[in-house]
Design a binder for this molecule. Structure first.
Ligand code: HEC
Ligand code: HEC
Length: 386
């Protein structure tokens, strides 16, 4: 295999690079900054918000199995202006965007049927000779790739699976009594150089949630007040960004709602089953699909035996296709009679964060100010004293 195959290095790039990007003055306003406002040399991915542009870069990285410097000069990691420089592979990627757009227009009426992933599947050179290894090996099933099939199981029903979950976490009565919690622990990811740093999560029923983590470069947070949300990350090109309507907003709301399992049935709509049975870590799981208010498709994976939620998978839109966001939940422990996952792993094309809680206080007073729009975080170059 070649160097591009290693996704692990992927966003070492993102964290390192993006941290150096400047915060334009308008980051203080509520409008989503657009690529034209921030970047210098964008020719095809125009007219989209910066958040979606960065998710598109994550899509590219995943598709060709390269880190950011797979298509950008190495100096980009130290100097953000260098991301604007064109190199052959970046030019090729730009041509590919146009090719894919044209193809989808001509063949599929503009629907995003063909994407970078369709051909590349994690490598720079799509294969064009059939693989005998692939043909004669039983493929490893990816539970994320499963979809509802017309002859899939109709039972247990979505209601039965969700009821069993509420039962499993401690029952409807206990769940209804959980009104707020403050959790403390550690988080690690590319933006913490894979080192554990402190994290706090503040949650208030039915759906307010704030997570603050203290990186080596300053404090980052995600805030959702029940209606609107903000992403305030020192590692992002624009450090304070409103959560975009659609996938991002649906995701922020769902993460907040899932803190209070009693309300799960109203967290999503159009619940459906009919997925084939599958397993995560060798344990059988049931999959239930629901839709967010902004039409985001979400799959929830419940342990068939314990009934607990082990995975949430949702799909965010980018200009070149959908990107998956996955949350894995484990190490459930009782807090005020309700089982709460003490381990959460968030995986998406731009980063992976591992959250390990150490202490969860239920039904404590959480001030409304915790869910107010945060200030743009201040970048503290690594190594500078706190
Ligand atoms: C498959 C190739 C590819 C990969 C991998 C890739 N990019 Fe890009 N990047 C591009 C292309 C192509 C453009 C220009 C898009 C256009 O012209 O519309 C671009 C533009 C950019 C820009 C705008 C620069 C400017 O000022 O014009 C930034 C910032 C950027 N990329 C960051 C990243 C980051 C961070 C990563 C790693 C997650 C990344 N890119 C991974 C192909 C890539
Ligand atoms: C229809 C199939 C197909 C699709 C879809 C596709 N590509 Fe490609 N791509 C190819 C082929 C074939 C090559 C040539 C590989 C080679 O030379 O070995 C290539 C080459 C590339 C290269 C150059 C790789 C290198 O080795 O230098 C980049 C970068 C790239 N594609 C990015 C993208 C991006 C980004 C998308 C989505 C916008 C995309 N491709 C969509 C088939 C495709």
């Amino acid at each position: 295999m070649n160097a591009y195959k290693r996704i692990s290095a992927l966003t070492a790039g993102i964290a390192g690079a993006a941290i150096l990007l400047v915060t334009p003055a308008f980051a203080q306003t509520e409008k989503s900054p657009m690529v034209e406002d921030v970047f210098k040399n964008v020719q095809v991915l125009k007219g989209i918000p910066v958040n979606q542009f960065m998710e598109t870069m994550g899509f590219f990285s995943a598709a060709i199995g390269a880190n950011c410097t797979g298509c950008h000069v190495a100096e980009s990691l130290q100097d953000q202006a260098k991301f604007a420089e064109d190199v052959p592979r970046k030019r090729m990627a730009r041509q590919m965007v146009t090719m894919v757009n044209n193809f989808n227009k001509q063949a599929f009426g503009g629907r995003q049927v063909l994407t970078c992933w369709t051909c590349h599947r994690g490598g720079p050179s799509p294969e064009n000779v059939p693989s005998l290894l692939a043909q004669y090996t039983i493929p490893v099933e990816d539970p994320n790739a499963l979809e509802i099939s017309p002859d899939g199981p109709k039972e247990p029903t979505a209601d039965q699976i969700l009821d069993k979950y509420i039962q499993a976490v401690g029952g409807a009565a206990a769940a209804a009594n959980l009104k707020s919690f403050v959790a403390k622990g550690t988080i690690e990811g590319y933006d913490t150089y894979h080192v554990k740093v402190p994290v706090e999560i503040y949650s208030k029923a039915p759906s307010a949630r704030t997570m603050i983590w203290h990186t080596q470069n300053g404090d980052s947070s995600t805030v959702f007040d029940g209606k609107a949300g903000w992403i305030a990350m020192v590692s992002n090109p624009v450090r304070l960004i409103p959560v975009l309507p659609g996938g991002e907003l649906d995701g922020a709301k769902l993460d907040a709602d899932l803190g209070f399992p009693g309300g799960i049935k109203t967290a999503l709509k159009n619940w459906r089953v009919g997925f084939p049975m599958t397993a995560i870590d060798d344990k059988p799981v049931y999959i239930v699909q629901g839709m967010g208010a902004g039409n985001t498709r979400v799959k929830l994976y419940f342990d068939a035996e314990s009934g607990l939620l082990v995975r949430q998978l949702r799909y965010d839109d980018t200009i070149v296709g959908k990107v998956p966001v996955q949350m894995d939940y484990a190490d459930y422990r009782a807090v005020a009679g309700v089982k709460v996952p003490y381990k959460i792993v968030i995986t998406w094309t731009d980063n992976q964060q591992i959250i390990l809680l150490t202490d969860v206080q239920a039904n404590v007073n959480v001030e409304a100010a915790r869910f107010a729009k945060p200030a743009a975080p201040v970048l503290r170059p690594r190594g500078q004293a706190r």
